[in-house]
Write a protein that binds this ligand. Structure first.
Ligand code: BGC
Length: 736
């Protein structure tokens, strides 16, 4: 297998021009080949001392037990790796993350444009839009002088309580991999490097630095690793960031299996592996495939500086690796033009245009979950609206941690939740300056709109009773380093919603959550709108959906379970034994924590539910519209598929056609194998053709993909639990 895009898949997704060539430039393959030749020539010219310059970096911030001196050309951000002037090699200036240029604890006061959360982006099911979002945040990184964006978070959701789900793209390898690849390609179109992270199986934050993941090779290759593989093929990231956790007893950043065998040998990856910050345990990680030690002041030692230089003198295995480490970092630098078109600080940023992109993503990512009696869209006859809770008078919620972006002027509201020192900023709940109350007032025109903060239930109920419609904003904050203890809404919000819904039958709940939640009040409400963390212009997008200026088209990229009992792990591993702790390090060196991913194997989310016959609260792929669609006429031979999509309602809108493998050889086996977002005017229809990536039908067995002979059933699905007529295909066996 080679490091090149899977051509059929790319063509099918309409990404060919996006990823395989850069505006009239050489093909991506030619660029990487040329970059690799140049890198080899540079490595030949390096002195011994120069060979351990690109292999380690610092956090150019006053953090860690021994903060290093900060070089004059560094920018306050997550990382800095010195360049080599003599050889024209630029320093790497690294900023987080997948949702925009991060705020670095407020140490850099210039704001940036916040995209909606990863799950909001994933709910668009729209790779072209994600590419545009990636291009936008990459352009801001570049204009601020960064040439590496620590983006491309693509860990699959194995647990809805994972505190970083909001940074990622959901539970399905095809959907997540496709979207992450598109976002990475967009970022890198700015002549900067994007990472893809966190490689791999980083499924929870509790004990994140030592939790040991147990999973069979086949299950890993068919799920989490497949998401990475697809995204790498589509997006060609210059760097892969390895994860904090352990896999089969090894730190992921020192895992010979993950880094050397899977990534570099089997996938032919030619970029470099950088560590997560504080994830390197020893020098040996170099032999196991790690190329660069990031933020090294957070590790026990700067292993990849003097100790590596020593090792390379005495041990040919290290000497060979050091050349390869440099070769890889340089290849990524040259392939992305970091030297030929350098990012310089002070570039122009069109904040208005960029906010408009964030708003489009939010509009397409909002998912309408419930709409009884067509209470939505709100009508102009609505006289009085009660808006309750969720700081809706101030802003929209954002997720916290290294990915935290803030707009110009910083957060609208920021609530410190504890801790001390710079990392305390990670424990701060903050809201973007996009105000739902103002946006609702602007759209409601004549209506009398009143706000109550929801702290007192009696007051909220009184307002709701007097209104035609009550809109409750409910929030669930989540942050890197911490998992949610359960799936309830915190701070008594479930009771608030129940009481308001009791008082007013036209109660609409707008959710700003990091991921799935339970909804004990669901049946009492008229409508539920999942807005996730909706980003820089989230409020405007929410109002546009509520008032029908936008017809909702988002579809869930994750399963909302009916109960925590239905999850593969009803209780999160370590939840009952570990104190919540941002660093996630072991309380004592002997501590052990295992996460057994063989329970569900590659069957995450809807696949697990299908296997166990669980019915979701809201299934994967679910989302309502103000119009209606019919998909029909499925034809497939297991390699390609075609069908028709028709807008059968009376207003324009978009749907996401979803094609599922349903069963194989008589055995239930559900997998999303294709999707296409389709916009249609009322009454219009469109023929859709898809190509099925054969890996989605296969098992990984004994070192290869294998498609067993037999009858394969496919069906179009409105969502994972509403499947249409099945089409049976006899497949020949194959193996590759
Ligand atoms: C996170 C990474 C991030 C890095 C640098 C780590 O704590 O896991 O996602 O890129 O910090 O800020």
């Amino acid at each position: 297998m080679q490091f090149k895009p899977f051509p059929v898949l790319i063509a099918a997704l309409g990404l060919s021009t996006a990823t395989s060539t850069q505006a009239d430039g050489p093909s991506i393959e030619a660029r990487w080949a040329e970059a690799s030749r140049r890198a080899a020539a540079t490595v030949k010219q390096m002195t011994a001392a120069e060979k351990t310059v690109l292999t380690h970096g610092i956090m150019p911030l006053p953090v860690g037990p021994n903060p290093p001196p900060i070089p004059a050309d560094a920018i306050a951000g997550a990382g800095y790796v010195s360049g080599i002037d003599r050889l024209g090699v630029p320093a790497l200036k690294e900023s987080d993350a997948s949702l925009g240029v991060a705020y670095v604890f407020g140490l850099r006061k210039d704001g940036a444009t916040a995209l909606p959360s990863g799950l909001a982006m994933a709910s668009t099911w729209n790779p072209e839009l994600l590419r545009e979002g990636g291009r936008m945040i990459g352009s801001e990184a570049r204009a601020k002088g960064f040439n590496v964006l620590l983006a491309g978070g693509v860990n699959l959701m194995r647990d809805p309580r994972n505190g970083r789900n909001f940074e990622y793209f959901g539970e399905d390898p095809l959907l997540a991999g496709t979207l992450a690849g598109a976002s990475i390609a967009g970022i890198q179109s700015n002549n900067i490097i994007s990472t893809i992270k966190h490689f791999a199986l980083n499924g929870q934050e509790t004990g994140r630095k030592f939790v040991d993941v147990k999973i069979s090779e086949g299950a890993a290759r068919e799920s989490d690793l497949l998401a990475f593989q697809l995204a790498i093929e589509l997006g060609q990231p210059g760097s892969v960031m390895c994860a904090y956790n352990r896999v089969h007893g090894q730190q992921a950043c020192g895992s010979d299996w993950l880094l050397n065998k899977v990534l570099k040998r089997d996938w032919g990856y030619r970029g470099f592996v950088m560590s997560d910050w504080g994830a390197v345990a020893d020098l040996q990680a170099a032999l196991h495939g790690l190329d660069q030690q990031s933020g090294a002041q957070l590790d026990p030692q700067v292993f990849f500086a003097a100790p590596l230089a020593e090792a390379m003198k005495r041990d040919p295995a290290y000497a060979e690796r050091v050349d390869d480490m440099n070769q890889r970092v340089l290849t990524a630098i040259y392939a992305n033009g970091l030297d030929s078109n350098p990012a310089t600080r002070g570039g122009a940023i069109d904040l208005q245009a960029n906010a408009a992109i964030a708003e489009t993503v939010a509009k397409q990512g909002i998912v309408l979950l419930r709409n009884q009696r067509n209470v939505l869209p709100l009508r102009s006859a609505t006289q009085r609206i009660a808006v309750i809770g969720g700081y809706a008078d101030a802003g929209v919620m954002s997720g916290a941690g290294s990915s935290q972006v803030q707009g110009e002027g910083g957060p609208a509201v920021s609530i410190p939740l504890g801790g001390s020192g710079p990392f305390a900023a990670f424990l701060t709940q903050s809201y973007h300056r996009s105000v739902p109350l103002a946006a609702i007032k602007a759209s409601a025109k004549q209506a009398d709109v009143r706000f109550r903060d929801g702290r007192y239930v009696s007051e909220a109920v009184m307002q709701a009773k007097q209104a035609d419609v009550a809109i409750v904003f409910a929030t669930q904050w989540s942050a890197e380093g911490f998992d949610q203890p359960d799936l309830t809404l915190p701070d008594g919000q479930d009771a608030l919603i129940s009481a308001v819904a009791e008082a007013n039958p036209n109660t609409i709940v707008v959710l700003e959550t990091g991921g799935p939640i339970l909804m004990p009040w669901l049946e009492r409400t008229a409508a539920v709108v999942q807005a996730w963390y909706p980003g820089a212009r989230g409020a405007e997008a929410i109002a546009a959906v509520l008032f029908g200026e936008v017809n909702p088209s988002g579809r869930l990229p994750v399963t909302f379970p009916a109960s925590e009992r239905d999850l593969p792990r009803p209780q999160l591993d370590g939840f009952d034994s570990l104190e919540p702790n941002f660093m996630g390090s072991a309380p004592d060196p002997q501590a052990r924590l295992t996460a057994d991913y063989d329970i569900e194997g590659s069957d995450l989310g809807y696949r697990w539910n299908a296997r166990r016959h669980h019915v979701a609260l809201f299934p994967f792929g679910f989302g309502l519209s103000y119009t209606s669609f019919v998909t029909s006429g499925l034809k497939t031979n297991g390699v390609t598929a075609s069908f028709d999509v028709k807008n059968t309602g009376d207003r324009a809108g978009a749907t996401v056609a979803q094609l599922y493998l349903v069963s194989r050889g008589g055995e239930a086996k559900q997998r999303l194998v294709g999707f296409q977002r389709v916009e249609l005017a009322p009454g219009r229809s469109r023929k859709v053709s898809l190509t099925i990536d054969p890996r989605l039908l296969a098992d990984w067995l004994d070192g290869s993909w294998q498609i067993p002979a037999g009858e394969y059933q496919f069906a179009l699905g409105e969502h994972a639990e509403a499947l249409g007529t099945q089409v049976t295909v006899k497949m020949k066996p194959s193996r590759w």
